[in-house]
Design a protein around this ligand. Structure first.
Ligand SMILES: [Fe+2]
Length: 351
């Protein structure tokens, strides 16, 4: 087991090192030829991104060098590289993580009228450190043959005894749950949030394990009746080439909680300019490009996420779910409450 992890770790480190070499080379070339570049550290690995980056190069003449790794690996890499980091832009998921990068001094505040215009205030850091590009809702999904949707109301109501042995949700180590609990702390205070987490643990159909997709599959196989998952996973399951996944997606319905109150908890995938960005002006241009009409439409079609720029058409599946009210708390608060959320999970024994 340990050996396997070590192997994966070594492969990850090696590939990151190979990528860094590429970037260093590109940087040197840059000095000699005046070639304009932007070095992008991103967790995203979608075909559409490649297309978007190529379009950006065509439009601006700025070459995009990409380093792909998981969000936590990229943050670690930037920490290790320090002032010498070639990173210009960090693209990662979850405001909690973006906040972590901010706290560690890895990203810098920028001012851009275009970004402020394109991205509504709640989707970006109030001090200009990071900017949301797409958002997702953390929804409740349920088995329509076993759950009457009128029984569903709020995240808070998942603490109710009626869900005893029926609730599915992944482990607390995951940032999605940390940000959800952070939003409950913001709405109801620490004590209430802790009581909620405790009750949720008591209601679980099984010990937390697996991904969001696995919770949906567990509903499909009758292990539980309701689950909390990110909205785009339902789209991904329905769109999958694997029959079991399509079946799982079809076995559930989506419910947007807290519509009568503060709204459904949402989070972003976002971008930031690296604190030591060697090509800062290009970095800002790049993020501006991703926030504009064309890129936002591409994002909307690609990953079953919602584009942050108002007025962009959603993917048809999202349209079918209808509009919903989203929690208006500034997402930077989720980052601020992250430490408390992690502590509460620990205190209540949410694995
Ligand atoms: Fe995800």
């Amino acid at each position: 087991m340990f050996k396997n992890h070590l192997t994966i770790f070594l492969i990850a480190i090696t590939s990151v090192m190979i990528y860094s070499c590429d970037i260093k080379k590109a940087g040197t070339q840059n000095e000699n030829t005046d070639e304009q570049v932007v070095n992008v550290y991103t967790h995203r690995h979608y075909e559409v991104d490649k297309q978007l980056f190529a379009d950006f190069t065509t439009e601006t003449g700025i070459k995009v060098n990409v380093v792909n790794a998981s969000a936590d690996e990229l943050i670690q890499k930037m920490e290790m590289e320090g002032e010498k980091s070639p990173a210009d832009v960090l693209i990662t998921v979850d405001a909690g993580r973006l906040h972590r990068a901010k706290e560690k001094g890895l990203i810098k505040s920028i001012k851009s009228g275009l970004l402020e215009n394109n991205i509504p205030g709640k989707f970006r850091d109030p001090e200009g450190y990071w900017f949301g590009l797409t958002y997702r809702a953390r929804v409740i999904v349920y088995a329509p043959d076993r759950v009457d949707p009128t029984a569903l109301t709020t995240y808070e109501s998942l603490a109710d005894e009626k869900w005893n042995g029926k609730l599915l949700i992944r482990s607390s180590g995951n940032i999605y749950n940390q940000s959800l609990l952070a939003s409950l702390i913001a709405a109801n205070g620490r004590d209430e949030a802790k009581k909620w987490a405790e009750a949720v643990v008591n209601n679980l159909a099984r010990e937390p394990k697996g991904s969001d997709r696995d919770q949906v599959k567990a509903i499909a196989s009758g292990i539980g009746d309701v689950a909390v998952v990110n909205s785009y996973y339902i789209g991904k399951l329905l769109d999958s080439k694997v029959e079991e996944e399509v079946n799982a997606g079809e076995a559930v319905q989506v419910f947007f909680p807290n519509q009568e109150g503060r709204g459904t908890h949402i989070n972003v995938s976002g971008a930031a300019v690296a604190n030591h960005a060697p090509n800062e002006a290009n970095a800002i241009k790049f993020i501006e490009y991703l926030s504009d009409e064309k890129a936002q439409s591409v994002f909307a079609g690609a990953n079953f996420e919602y584009p942050v720029k108002p007025g962009i058409k959603f993917a048809s599946l999202l349209d079918a779910w209808g509009t919903f009210k989203s929690d208006s708390v500034n997402l930077s608060v989720l980052g601020e409450n992250n430490r408390d959320a992690v502590m509460i999970f620990d205190e209540v024994g949410w694995k």
